[in-house]
Each structure stands twice: as structure tokens, then as C-alpha cells.
Write a protein that binds this ligand. Sequence first.
Ligand SMILES: [Zn+2]
Ligand SMILES: [Zn+2]
Length: 756
Amino acid sequence: MAWILLFLMTLPAAAEPRFLLNRADVARIKAQASAQPVVQRLIQRAENWPAAHVENYGLKEWALPAEGAGWSHAYVCPVHGARLKQTRGQNLCPVDGKDYHGWPVDNVVYMQRNGDNAAAVRDLGLAYVLTGRAEFAAKARRIVNAYTVLYPTLPIHDNNNKLNTQSGARVMSQTLSEASWLVPLVFGYDLVRDTMTAEERIGFERSVLKNAAVILTGNNRGKSNWQSWHNCALLAIGLTVGDQDLVRAALDGPGGFKFQMRESITPDGPWFEGSWGYHFFSVEPLMLSIEMAKRAGLALPEAAAFRKMLDAPLRAVFPDGTLPNFNDSGLVKLAAYAKHYSIGYRMFGDSRYVPLARQASSDLETVLWGADALPEVAPVAAVSDLMPDAGLATLRVRENDHVIAVKFGPHGGGHGHFDKLTINSYWNGAQQAADPGTQAYAAPTHATWDKMTIAHNTVSVDEKPQAAATGKLLEWIALPSAAAIRVSAGDAYPGVELERTLVHTPWYTLDLFDVKAADGKQHHFDWMYHNYGQIFGDLRWDQAIGLSRLNGYQHLSHPAANRGDADWSEIIRQQQLGTVVHMIGSPESIVIAGTGLGPDLQVPVPFLMARRQAVSTRFSALYEPMTQGGYVLQFSSPAPNEFLVNGAGMNDRIHVEPGRFSVLHQVFGKPVQLFLSGIAETELLKRSQTTPIQVDWSADGATVDLFMEGTLEGAVRITAPAAKLIRLNGKKIECRANGPYRWASLPNLGNLEPCQ
Ligand SMILES: [Zn+2]
Ligand SMILES: [Zn+2]
């Protein structure tokens, strides 16, 4: 009798959830005070279903869409190419407010409705297990049972409404979307299935889950975000219906979870498609797969690679929490994915995730799988970062928020853009050097602009787009206040070498773009720079010029030219601040300004183009983050590889050649900062090493700070007549004086007076 009582007492109040949430999770969530606002909103959503759904989609009453859904990327205005907005059954163009209907537009709304229905099953199921209120389970059953009836009647159709193709599905128009629809649906079903009759359960599992599994298994997409979603849905179905073959296929099969961990995550952490949008789109199913495996008791040591996926965006992020919108990606805000960092903190206990995890407290997923308590952590300043395999470099300085992101990695598959060596930049709280990111894939400008070379901040040759190529890292130097990179574009233009060198400092970024045709013939080289804002400078853009109507050039509006033979500067402003572009003139050069397309088709983005006809040439530019007025008065090149930057009281000398690099920043004739690499000796610093080093002289000359990796070797002589203190990476080191010189790390310092 006692054991029966005990057994009854341990029975859950409601159903027994299993694969994404178990009894312990339910108890934890109920006991967790911080989770209650999220739970309250969840209950509200459950109470408001289906009224909210009916109102949102302008329906008379709740019903499943009777037809198969369409492709989300087809939801664009046929006239303006802009994404439509669904408002109570209307599909409105954001430009002129026109309401569109018919295939494919209405079918995209079916996609949204199916997605909402699946999410409702999950929410209703959760509300049910957390409250025990039977009406929530009844509502979930209504949706589940409706799909049981509908699912087998829908034809397998694809994005183009072709029947029985491999990528096609039933409820949705592609297996990818079928999978992401299935995951919350199966999750919710798991939460309420104990309240269903055996007949209902068998019906749903047979007509929806097993049927859907056949469709997903028939479209193995290998290395892809698609297959990661397929795996997640197959794992959910396999665990729910007890099909070990599906579970094995999802985890161990060709293209399975373990394969994705090995093949699709680059050794640096970014998803192989080189798009932060797809990176996080893939994080989701991988994370859910890990949570499922954990609850099913399946060991998954391969999931360790997932941690790098969470780390990588933290290394590449701009100061405002946005990520460069390279390849097919929107402007991704890291905060939108904060929930993954809460879940990641629970998985890996990495304190770097805490600041983001803290922003995720109101997300449902945080309550389900995230951390319930977060420690206090001190903020960590971002430093320059290189991901050589992913081909992303982020150039930062500790003095300000000017950041340059350089892209030189693998093409990125079908979502890659032909933009090798492009840069995006950030300054004063906003992105500056721009990338169009992507429009909806059915928008006409997606193929004709977003992917084109001329839409990016790199060089186009002969008005043609680059080929898909993998660039090469040639050099990388990172110091606290400077970073330098040299990269080549690989085979982006067969027969033409493209090499870019960027030197990032607290005051400006030097950009040297070298191009050279192997055939010895003249080519058209278009150096391109797009920056948000408005052109607001001194040049007179008064010469009309015709440009190609192909390869993206047709989207360059109002082009006007100016001579480019003399050195020139031009300002692109966002409000009061912006970027000044300085370029050294070249006899064969003209400069063209105009506007191109940006991420928002209704906001044109200005461009500056330097066009040259040459066999080989170097575009030497300087990007100056501008405050009140620009302070760079002169940017010149007195000799090959030598550059002078002069401003009010400032005289900088830069030397850049492969393997050797120096920047000396002087204010009113006094050295303030020196960056050296590949060079042992200058008049200000004499040493035996050639490793990268930074020297900072304090304003009064009393302190010299050295920054470098590793240890100082041999004698180091610094010209610093007033110096009393030398520090290496912030720590005081031995200092001896000898006239205007200060010696550090001298093997026999005893003969010289200590600095004082
Ligand atoms: Zn329109
Ligand atoms: Zn792009």
C-alpha cells in the first residue's frame, strides 16, 4: 500500500514531458522566482489562443490553412522589391501601402500561420504542464488533431510550387521549413500527449511525424543549415515515437549532428557560410539537439565544438552589439540571440557569456534551458581579433570605438557574396563602411546587387564580379593601439592579383590596395567605398559619367565624376560625425561619387569610387573617423611604401612593406606612440628582436610604456630623455639612464645609473 501511495505522489500533476523538458525542469521552473514573469506571459498567450491568432491574420475563425505554404523570401512587393508586411490579412508594401494577394504572397502567410500554430502547440503544452489547466491541453490537441487530418492531404510542393521535388514538403514549401515547423510542434505534442487518446496519438504520429520523417530523410543536404534543422526535427521525432533509426540518423548519420559539428563549424567557430544570420539560424537547431540528447541520456562529446560557435560572435562584434552583415545576412544584433548565451552559460559556465545572458531573462528559452543564476563579472575590453580559417579579422584600438572588419575567407557556399577583401567599419556608435547584406531572395536586387562585387568595399576588375574564391592571410599584427593585416584575394580574378594592407591606428586607418594584371595589359580597376550617410565634402561632382548597366553597376545612381590625379579628400557624414576618405592622386585616376543600395532599399548609401585604367596600380587611402572637423590636413606618399600624415600639431610617419612595418605618431615634434614590427631599430628604439612592439611616451615624457607579447630579449634602448619609469605590459621593469637614452633589459645594467 505504501509503495502505491509513493508511486501516486510522484506522478506529475499533469502529463509527463520527456525530450526537451523533463519533470526536473518543470519543478525547477515552477520554483524559480525570476521565471515567473515569463511564465505569466506564456499563460496569457495560452489564454489568448486562438483569439490573438484569428485577429492577427484577419480570420473569421481559427482553421489551418487548407493549402500548402509558400517561401518566406517570396514575400516581396513585385514593384519595389521590399518585404511586405502582414497586417490582419493584408499584405502591405511598405513603400506605397498596396495590398497584395494570390500565389505566392498568400502562401507565405500560410507559412507564418503554420509557424504560429506550431509555436502555439509548444506554448499551450508548456502552459499546461506548468499550471495543470486542462483547457490548455485541449487547445493544443485541437491543433495537433487538425494537422493529423490535413497533413497527408497536402501535396509535396516546393518554393516554385513544383510537385514532388526533393526539396519540397507538405505543410511548408521546403524541407528546411517543414523541419523548423515540426520542432515546436513535436515539443508541444510531447507535453500534452498523455492527455490524448491512443487513437489520436497513433493518428498524429503516423500521419504527421512518420510521414514528415520520410520527407526529411529523403533530402539529405549534407553540410548545411538545412540539414542541421532536419537533424533536429528527426531527433525530436525519433525520440517521440521511439524510432532508434531516426535518432541514429539525426546524430550519427551522413550529415548528422556530429558531421555538422565537424564540417560546418570552421575551426575558428563561425558557421561556414560566413553570414552571422545563418550562423545563429544554425545555432538554434544544434542547441536544441544538444538539449534533447542530454535529456535522452545520449552522450554527445562532439557538442564541445558548439561552444566555439558561441565564442566567435563575441570576437567579431562591433561596439554597439551588431555584427558585420557579410554575405546573406541582415544586420544581426547579438542581443537578439542573448538566450543562446544564457543556455551556453548553463552548458559551459563561460563567464564571457554572462553580460549577454543577463539580457535574456525575459526569453522563454532562457527559462526552459538557460541559467537561473548569473554571477557578477567585470567587463572585458575587446581587442583586435583574427579568425584565419573563417577569414575574418577585426581591427580594434583601445583608444576609441573605431573598428574595421576585414573579410577574406572561403566564399561561403550559396549564401556567399563576391566581395573578397571587403571591409565594414564602425565609428562613434554607428556602422560606417557599409555592406548591403541581403534582401529577401526573391527581391530582384538580391542577385543583381547584394552579391555583386561593386556593392562591396573592394576592387572590381573590368566591371565584372569576382569569382567565388578563398583569400589568403599574408600578415597579421595586433597591438593594443594598432593592428595591421595584409591579405590577398586568391583567385577572385584569375590573372589579376589583388592584395590589401590595412594599418589601423587610434587616429585613422591606412588602406593600401594593390592590383596587378599578369597579362601585362591595361585593365579597368574600380576601387569602391560605400559609407552610410551623405557626401558632404569639398569636391565638385560636376562631370556626368556613364557607367556599365551590368553586374550591379546599374544600381549606382546619380554618378558624377571628378579628376583623381591630385590627392583628394571627401567627407561622408552621418549627422555631425562621419568618415573622411583621403586618397593619394594618380594620373590615370578619376573619382566617381553617387549612391548605391543599402540594407534598407529606401535609404540610399553614398559611394566613392576611384577608377583607374592600368596594368598595375596601388590605391592608397586613409579613413579618418571624423569628430568636429577632420584633423588630417595632408596625406602623402613621399616614396614607395612611405606615408606622411600631417594634421594640427600632428606629424606621423608610416612605413609599410611586406614583413616590415612602422608607425610613428608625433605631436608637436615629440614622439607619442610608435608601432614596430619586422624592424629592430629606429632612432627611437634599438633592440635585437623584430617582434611587434608598441611604445607609448607619456605627455610629460616621464613614463615609457612598452607593449609586446613574450619577453624582452637583449638590450633595449629607448630615446626618452625625461623618462623615470619604464613599464612592460603595465608592469615596472628595470630602467637605466644614459644621456637621452633609457636602457631596459640590458644584460649588464650595473654600469649605468638607475632612472630617476
Ligand atoms: Zn511596393
Ligand atoms: Zn555583402
